[in-house]
Write a protein that binds this ligand. Structure first.
Ligand SMILES: [Zn+2]
Ligand SMILES: [Zn+2]
Length: 273
């Protein structure tokens, strides 16, 4: 039996949740803790949004005061629930190619339990467009720029972020332009994904299995063939719901291992997206 076939995802820990502190999620940290206990989880890792140098019409990330409050509340909750729930305080770092040093400096300020890498904002003509948004206006802009180019730049950015920043895990690898109907991964994109996986493996980092994908497309991020390849390469995984409200903590976790089993039983070499 191959490693992939014998593999089960550990679903007792949700390693990716947000709170109202990021300005686009709902709920207090304490409510997420309650939700995790209600779901019988053993661990919960907050992975709050950090972005810097982003010119966007609304902030979707924490500012300095928010991060201070985040640690104040998080450390206090960790003490309060010690022995009942392992609470981690992490960060989902949004890659910005022109702010590497600033990002590194910010990361060095806190003692993180988990640092995830994402790439949300595409720079275009001095402003940014959100690659994970579902807004039609954003989709239209990406169509005009060229979807293939945006996906290529996104994957190149992730690879660069992976090399330049002290991260632990790469979040929802193939989620960029997830709401765009023109996305097809070409040979260059596939090669970039392979390079990203090689880099993750070489550095002993982890790939996130993000169950919010079940809500959007009936399967997790990233796609099955990427997960399968990662597992075959011996890459570690984390599982996260990307909850933006307390009711989403641990969402679809019960689907994950049956999905993995069915993926393994297919036995085909999937490369498309
Ligand atoms: Zn978010
Ligand atoms: Zn997230």
């Amino acid at each position: 039996m191959s490693q992939t076939n014998s593999r089960q995802f550990a679903v007792e820990r949700d390693c990716h949740v947000h709170t109202r502190l990021c300005h686009h999620a709902e709920g207090e940290m304490a409510e997420y803790v309650q939700a995790a206990l209600h779901k019988d989880l053993k661990g919960l890792v907050f992975l709050e949004h950090f972005e810097t140098g982003i010119n966007y019409f609304e902030p979707t990330w924490l500012n300095e005061d928010d991060f201070a409050l985040y640690f104040e509340q998080g450390l206090s909750l960790r003490e309060e629930y010690r022995g009942r729930l392992e609470i981690g305080l992490g960060v989902e770092v949004g890659y910005n190619p022109s702010r590497i040093n600033e990002t590194r400096e910010f990361l060095s300020r806190y003692n993180w339990d988990l640092i995830g890498l994402s790439y949300h904002y595409y720079e275009y003509e001095g402003r940014h467009i959100n690659m994970l948004s579902h807004k039609q206006q954003n989709m239209d802009e990406f169509s005009a720029i060229g979807v293939e180019v945006v996906i290529r730049d996104y994957l190149r950015g992730l690879l660069e972020g992976l090399r330049q920043l002290p991260i632990n895990v790469i979040c929802h690898l193939d989620a960029a332009l997830r709401h765009h109907n023109e996305v097809i991964f070409n040979e260059e994109h596939l090669e970039l994904i392979r390079l990203i996986l090689s880099e993750i493996a070489a550095r002993g980092l982890a790939l996130e299995i993000n169950t919010s994908g079940f809500a959007h497309r009936g399967e997790p991020y990233p796609k099955g063939w990427i997960i399968r390849q990662a597992l075959e390469m011996g890459i570690k995984t984390t599982v996260g719901s990307d909850a933006h409200r307390p009711t989403e903590v641990g969402r679809y976790f019960e689907h994950l291992n049956p999905w993995l089993l069915q993926l393994n039983n297919k036995g085909d070499a999937v490369t498309g997206i």
